[in-house]
Design a protein around this ligand. Structure first.
Ligand SMILES: [Fe+2]
Ligand SMILES: [Fe+2]
Length: 277
């Protein structure tokens, strides 16, 4: 048994908006401290995109400085707020790697399991993408090890949350393409993502998609209808505590926990035997 922690939507920034900058950095530090305190220690951390807020080189530099707080291998993916070249100028393998087409897609092997990081960034757009080049790489990569239980990590969840203003278009082309690939490979135990800044799950392609809460701010759970052309003043983001996930790899399956970062008061201790004679 071993675990991998997941962080997402760090939105580290060096913008002049000091409150945004300090808050996002502080919340990431809080989550890293919680991950550091986990027992057993995870074997790695995956970060599923929106690593920084504006895709600037100095933001990746600031992120790198914060990540020195944790002594674990970290594997980075990109989201719609990232810039591939800027990320690659600050980080290199084994933290990040490109496929032959320049997309940030790569595999990491752990005992008898695999992690596949995929790239759903469509530069200049909020929405996700998964072009034929990326799909072909994923299909080939999955074909290489058909019997190894696999976790796929990507930024954009290919599922509906019910929060309309953030959801992808129903039957978006990139989602169909991704579904077509994954549904051919039964070793994909789980698919994990970010982008929505909120924890939820939904079935997808004979597997399950989990969405990690953000280390930065969270999305407000407002399921009322919204007219995307008419701002109505509703709250859309809030400062619920920062979150992360812990994926347990055991007995050929993956169990995923949603976690809240931060120091919490103890409520009870194991002081008496659980099994009484
Ligand atoms: Fe984000
Ligand atoms: Fe995003």
């Amino acid at each position: 048994m071993f675990t991998i922690a997941q962080i997402t939507d760090l939105h580290i920034t060096t913008s002049d908006d000091a409150s945004n900058q300090i808050r996002n950095a502080d919340r990431l530090r809080q989550v890293l401290a919680s991950i550091n305190a986990l027992r057993p220690r995870p074997v790695a951390i995956i970060a599923t995109g929106d690593l920084v807020d504006r895709g600037r080189a100095e933001e990746y530099e600031a992120l790198k400085a914060i990540l020195t707080a944790i002594d674990l291998p970290i594997y980075l993916g990109v989201g719609n707020h990232d810039n591939r070249l800027a990320a690659l100028s600050e980080f290199s393998a084994p933290n990040i790697e490109t496929d032959p087409n320049g997309f940030i897609q790569y595999v990491r092997e752990f005992d008898n399991y695999r992690l596949i990081m995929c790239d759903t960034l469509d530069a200049g757009r909020e929405t996700g993408a998964f072009c034929e080049h990326r799909a072909e790489w994923l299909h080939k990569t999955l074909t290489d090890r058909p019997a190894t239980p696999t976790l796929i990590a990507l930024h954009h969840p290919p599922i509906m949350s019910g929060i309309r203003w953030m959801d992808p278009a129903p039957r978006a082309e990139w989602i169909d393409r991704l579904e077509q690939v994954i549904s051919q490979h039964s070793q994909v135990c789980a698919i994990t993502s970010g982008h929505l800044h909120r924890a939820f799950v939904r079935r997808f392609a004979n597997s399950l998609v989990t969405v990690s809460p953000a280390t930065s701010i969270q999305l407000t759970l407002d399921l009322t209808p919204v007219d995307l052309r008419v701002p109505d003043g509703r709250e859309i983001l809030n400062e619920e505590p920062p979150g992360f996930m812990v994926h347990i790899f055991d007995a050929g399956e993956i169990t995923s926990h949603f976690c809240v970062g931060g120091p919490w008061a103890s409520a009870a201790h194991y002081a008496h035997p659980f099994i009484k004679s």
